[in-house]
Design a protein around this ligand. Structure first.
Ligand SMILES: *[C@@H]1O[C@H](CO)[C@@H](O)[C@H](O)[C@H]1NC(C)=O
Ligand SMILES: *[C@@H]1O[C@H](CO)[C@@H](O)[C@H](O)[C@H]1NC(C)=O
Length: 368
């Protein structure tokens, strides 16, 4: 029991002594490093070994995972005189030792083409038994301000208030600075550097001109321009009249187009009617059973009067053919209605009533 307990205790004591006795040292490095996206950065980790450190040299860079639950991710490793590149898909080809020969005392890490996801806490651990030291550096990758959007709000009229707006994306805080190109700022202008607005009250024509907005954060800046054109309201009245006239002209042209379309459609409909009349001379297709039900004497009688003998003549030949065809076919399909039809057909024929229904049915296409 006693020896079991004293083992670890002795080890701790030994390592404490090693620390005191100026064993392996890592030179002091900044705790925080900032860089812009797309930039390269060097995380310094220079070390010094002593004669007491006799083991093999081992250098390891790791990064605390953002979720703080998983074990640290190994970025790059140097052991047995060999460099083991990163296995992190996200960082492949972008992390290297700064020195071509880290064992000479420079374990600094270079990261190129920085992404905002590279932000995090990096650890440089140098081990040469019994010496072992670790330092941590917090890397913050800052996103440059995007090209801002400049805009003007409010009516640009004399005596009115107008607001120039500017907004950009990037790592906060972003501050906005408005300046006027080639002239001093209007006396009534009030700027809000965090919102990016420039309020110009009681505008006068003299305020017209180009204004520049610079959006800036810790690492970079970007700019845009807005043009202010303050006009008198009488000018505006002229412009409004112009717009009204343009709209009226447009409506007039629209009316003409609609009228033309309407007229053409009407003409087409007329031509269609004409074509229907021509088609009445086409031999009538054979009747189906369902339409045969409408062969009632009553429906024909009503239109009898409108037929003059000269009109009837061509239809009679149709009917003669039709009637025989239908009468031959009907019994197979609908024996029920057949008897009445048989009686009706000849009598209708005598009355000269039949022809009317042929063109009528033909027209709505219920036959075929
Ligand atoms: C690492 O970065 C430093 C500073 O940015 C640079 O001087 C050095 O050449 C880089 N080393 C490599 C191997 O890219
Ligand atoms: C606006 O400006 C004009 C002259 O530029 C001045 O006479 C007038 O009093 C101003 N109006 C207000 C409300 O400040």
């Amino acid at each position: 029991m006693d020896s079991g307990r004293s083992g670890p205790a002795t080890l701790i004591l030994l390592s404490l002594v090693a620390g005191w006795s100026q064993g392996l040292e890592i030179l002091s490095a900044p705790e925080n490093v900032q860089a812009g996206d797309g930039d390269s950065v060097m995380l310094p980790c220079q070390f010094r070994v002593t004669n007491a450190d006799i083991g093999p040299l081992d250098i390891e860079w790791s990064r605390t995972p953002t979720n703080l639950v998983d074990s640290p991710l190994i970025i790059i490793d140097y052991s047995g005189d060999r460099v083991y590149e990163t296995q992190l898909e996200d960082m492949k080809g972008r992390v290297h030792f700064s020195s071509s020969d880290p064992k000479t005392g420079d374990a600094s890490l270079n990261i190129t083409r920085l992404k905002s996801t590279d932000s995090g806490r990096y650890h440089c651990k140098v081990k040469k038994s019994p010496g072992s030291k670790t330092i941590s550096i917090k890397l913050s990758v800052l996103v440059r301000p995007s090209k801002p959007m400049c805009s003007v709000e409010g009516s640009q009229e004399i005596g009115k208030d107008v607001i120039l707006k500017c907004s950009s994306e990037g790592t906060p805080p972003i501050t906005y600075f408005w300046t006027r190109e080639g002239s001093s700022m209007p006396s009534t202008a009030v700027a809000d550097i965090t919102q990016g607005t420039l309020k110009v009250k009681n505008a006068t024509e003299a305020y017209s001109g180009n204004y520049k907005c610079v959006a800036r954060n810790q690492i970079d800046s970007s700019q845009c321009f807005a043009k202010l054109a303050i006009t008198s309201s009488s000018n505006n009245a002229g412009r409004t009249a112009g717009i009204v006239i343009a709209v009226l002209l447009f409506l007039l042209i629209l009316a003409i187009i609609i009228w033309c379309l309407f007229w053409r459609k009407k003409k087409k409909t007329y031509e269609k009617e004409q074509s229907y009349e021509i088609r009445e001379d086409v031999p009538a297709p054979k009747s189906r059973v369902s339409t045969a039900r409408s062969y009632t004497v009553d429906s024909q009688r009503s239109s009898l009067g409108s037929m003059s003998p000269s009109n009837i003549e061509p239809y009679k030949t149709h009917y003669d053919r039709l009637a025989t065809d239908d009468l031959e076919r009907l019994p197979n399909h609908s024996p029920n209605i057949n008897p009445s039809f048989k009686v009706a057909a000849p009598s209708l024929n005598r009355m000269g009533a039949v022809p009317v229904m042929i063109p009528a049915q033909h027209r709505d296409g219920s036959i075929v």
